[in-house]
Write a protein that binds this ligand. Structure first.
Ligand SMILES: Nc1nc2c(c(=O)[nH]1)N[C@H]1C(S)=C(S)[C@@H](COP(=O)(O)OP(=O)(O)OC[C@H]3O[C@@H](n4cnc5c(=O)[nH]c(N)nc54)[C@H](O)[C@@H]3O)O[C@H]1N2
Ligand SMILES: Nc1nc2c(c(=O)[nH]1)N[C@H]1C(S)=C(S)[C@@H](COP(=O)(O)OP(=O)(O)OC[C@H]3O[C@@H](n4cnc5c(=O)[nH]c(N)nc54)[C@H](O)[C@@H]3O)O[C@H]1N2
Ligand SMILES: [Mo]
Length: 709
């Protein structure tokens, strides 16, 4: 089947320049030499007129190799241009923002093999059976060895079909469900008091006047700036690092060094009080999960040891997505389920995200040169407004731009006309390529001479090697940018082969697991495990790279946003907001088994299985709208409207819709699902990292367009 893609009739075979209007489909073939000359001249002209930052680059996960992913930053730095970052606009950054404030790391995961031995496995928004099927056998083995599987998903996903229990919650409400479990566990005294006292910041005293954590030097002139606990044995205030039996509950009158008395409470006391309102009944009203089930879930988790929690991407694709991950981490920490085999909270801890975050600066900015970088989530607005400066060219590579990006319609109607030059490096003549001014041919994986490929959830690295020569005149992104920099006289740091560049990325990485990876073995065998214990059990030393060195359940840094204590927030486009009277249905676009994003939906053999996009809808919602199975419907909101055929299925929770993602605009009678999406900046996420694109946080309405024949 791979060959159907490699030899696809839509394959881009040589550089092309648009003739006539954008999107008109008339092209002139260029030699590579001519293409480089033309690009060098155009980019220089833009740079001379508007400044070098007016040329911009963006890439996505298309090839999954680390170079292809990160080259947009390197080329922008070499030419003084603008790089738009990709993790936020990808929609994969929400989870990091739950992990960072609490555990001090962007992500962590137990090895999949470590699942075997767990008594209970709970998965939130993770559909491993479709999206990580190569590792699914570990889950099956764990279940054969006695683990119970609970899947939390509004949709009866393929993973849910394998579970002992499927919890179908209202989309975007995971944090409330988990808060309900936490509330029961605390009330029943089922939490791990010792872990909470010794390894979390729950015993630290908080000033109730400001919400800030008390510091020892607030009490004692010249004291350390350590946090403060109240020790039950000596009945004194001690620095948090002292050996003590800290109290978790109570209200204390504390005298500051200037003699003033203030009220303090252990953060645990404040948190537990704030969480009281998440009774099972209240949670039922939020999540649409029966109260009795919430209670049972809590008891099952707190009494099954060891218990392993997995979070996928589904829960983060909401405006407040980070809260779901923080909630799950809080639950695990309260039950002392962190740092232990077959337990923990796992999300994206494999080598891929580590490689992205650990790409050495010396590789990203060869010759020390630096351009400018802006979050990809701001790209549309920056280009539309020219604020903070004009952007006049955009070069998209390794990005299914036109299907995978938010707000396609806005891009093509409003943003593209602002650009003097739109360049797309692609394998196929995609929707974006069709609208480009210049299209450059990219190799497929099988023609790529060298790149390092990381994994989402395991600790292996692979070395990609060419299996066949390039089709047509295709080149790697590395080669294209290297040639262009040479042409433009900016070749500093580009005098490496692709293979040398791979070695450089590992050897110079700030992350010791890559610095210490056996490069020769990777080159020779094509695959290597990075040097971490096998199985990898995150935090087994119970040291956390947070300011306190502990799990930070109380997050002082988010005080100004009212999120110092874990809260639940309704999705931005909740189906309970006033807007839902007009647009009552939550519209999701989950990943699907038979295609990687937009890459396989057009292959003939895949088409036999998936002839085209189908909107999944519950029969209850359909009946209300007189919609029958197979009807053509319009899905719309105030951002756009699309037409698609509908499949009625009880796998969908009433009130929510799913349209598996990866279809091209050409596959829809009208519009494309990304026309319905939005990118709304979230100040809390901006304070932690950057806003995460929330592709499932969309309200829509559906009406029948044509009855099925
Ligand atoms: N609505 C909605 N949108 C989403 C998501 C969602 O769930 N719903 N998911 C988001 C997520 S998690 C992700 S990771 C992104 C994925 O978004 P993309 O990475 O954009 O997805 P792909 O379809 O894999 O697109 C990759 C494109 O890169 C091209 N390509 C492959 N290899 C190379 C190469 O070596 N060089 C060049 N120049 N091109 C190459 C392919 O031909 C393809 O057109 O989509 C995001 N967008
Ligand atoms: N075959 C295949 N595999 C892939 C990909 C692909 O395109 N195709 N893409 C890869 C990439 S880049 C990524 S990021 C991953 C993503 O893979 P996953 O982590 O599995 O993420 P999604 O498919 O986005 O969503 C997972 C599940 O979350 C559910 N969900 C939606 N809303 C909620 C909610 O509010 N709460 C809960 N608990 N669940 C919810 C959805 O119904 C869905 O079943 O897959 C990777 N693997
Ligand atoms: Mo992704």
């Amino acid at each position: 089947m791979a060959m159907q893609r490699v030899e696809h009739p839509d394959r881009v075979l040589y550089p092309m320049r648009r003739k006539g209007a954008r999107g008109a489909g008339a092209w002139e073939r260029l030699s590579w030499d001519h293409a480089y000359d033309y690009l060098a001249e155009r980019l220089t002209r833009i740079s001379d007129k508007y400044g070098p930052a007016a040329n911009s680059w963006i890439s996505m996960t298309g090839n999954y190799g680390i170079m292809a992913l990160m080259l947009s930053q390197r080329i922008a730095n070499s030419l003084g241009g603008t790089a738009f970052t990709n993790l936020g606009i990808m929609g994969d950054l929400g989870a990091n923002m739950g992990f960072l404030p609490t555990l001090g790391v962007h992500q962590e995961a137990h090895d999949w093999s470590d699942l075997v031995g767990a008594r209970l496995i709970m998965m939130f928004g993770k559909n491993i059976a479709d999206t990580e099927h190569s590792d699914m056998h570990f889950l099956m083995e764990a279940m054969e060895q006695g683990a119970k599987l609970i899947v939390v998903d509004p949709r009866y996903s393929r993973t849910a079909t394998k579970a002992d229990q499927w919890i179908s919650l209202r989309p975007g409400t995971d944090a409330a469900l988990v808060l309900g479990m936490i509330n029961v566990i605390v009330k029943e005294g089922l939490f791990d008091e010792n872990f909470v006292r010794q390894h979390s910041n729950a015993p630290y005293l908080v000033r109730t006047d400001s919400g800030r954590l008390l510091r020892f030097n607030d009490l004692v002139e010249g004291g350390s700036d350590d946090y403060v606990i109240f020790d039950a044995v000596s009945a004194t205030y001690l620095p948090a690092s002292a050996a003590a039996e800290p109290k978790l509950r109570g209200v204390f009158e504390v005298f500051l060094k200037d003699g003033c008395a203030i009220e303090c409470r252990p953060s645990f006391d404040l948190m537990v009080d704030a969480w009281q309102r998440f009774t099972p009944d209240h949670v039922e009203s939020i999540c649409d999960v029966p109260a009795e089930l919430v209670r049972k879930l809590a008891l099952a988790y707190a009494t099954s040891h060891p218990a392993s929690l997995w979070v996928g991407q589904g829960s983060q694709r909401y405006y407040h997505g980070h809260l779901a991950y923080r909630a799950v981490i809080t639950l695990a920490a309260l039950c002392g389920n962190i740092g232990k085999p077959h337990a923990g909270v796992s999300w994206g801890g494999g080598t891929l995200l580590r490689l992205i975050l650990g790409t050495p600066d010396s590789w990203l900015a060869p010759a020390g040169a630096r351009g400018t970088s802006y979050p990809g989530t701001r790209m549309h607005d920056i280009i539309a407004t020219g604020d903070p400066y004009p952007i006049k060219s955009l070069w998209s590579h390794n990005y299914g731009f036109g299907t995978q990006n938010p707000r396609r319609k806005r891009f093509f109607e409003e943003i593209l006309p602002k650009l003097d030059l739109f360049i797309v490096t692609e394998q196929l003549m995609t929707h974006a390529a069709k609208h480009a001014d210049i299209v450059l041919p990219a190799v497929s994986y099988y023609e790529d001479d060298a790149d390092i490929v990381g994994s989402w959830n395991n600790m292996y690295l692979q070395m990609r090697r060419a299996a066949i020569p390039p089709i047509g005149e295709a080149k790697t992104d590395w080669q294209i940018f290297k040639d262009l920099c040479e042409r433009m006289g900016k070749a500093d740091g580009w005098d490496m082969s692709a293979e040398q560049s791979c070695e450089f990325i590992l050897r110079e990485s700030p992350d010791p697991i890559f610095r210490n990876t056996d490069w020769e073995a990777l080159k020779k065998n094509g695959v290597v495990r990075v040097p971490v214990k096998d199985p990898h059990v995150p935090f087994d030393d119970l040291k956390f790279p947070t300011p306190s060195g502990r799990v930070e359940l109380y997050t002082e840094q988010l005080k100004d946003f009212g999120q110092e204590i874990l809260v639940f927030e309704e999705p931005l486009e909740s189906n309970r907001n006033p807007k839902s009277s007009q647009y009552p249905l939550t519209f999701m676009t989950a990943h699907q088994m038979h295609t990687v994003h937009s890459q396989h939906t057009r292959l003939p053999w895949i088409r036999e299985l998936l002839p085209g996009p189908r909107l999944e809808m519950n029969p209850i919602d359909a009946r209300l709208r007189d919609i029958a199975d197979g009807d053509l419907v319009s899905v719309y909101n105030d951002r756009g409207s699309i037409k698609v055929y509908v499949t009625l299925t009880e796998a969908m929770k009433p009130g929510s819709l799913n349209l598996p993602q990866g279809w091209w605009p050409e596959d829809f009678p009208e519009g494309h699902y990304s026309d319905l999406t939005h990118v709304t900046l979230n100040p809390v996420q901006e304070a932690i990292l950057e806003t995460n694109f929330a592709p499932f946080d969309n309200l829509v309405e559906v009406i029948k367009s044509e009855r099925a024949l």
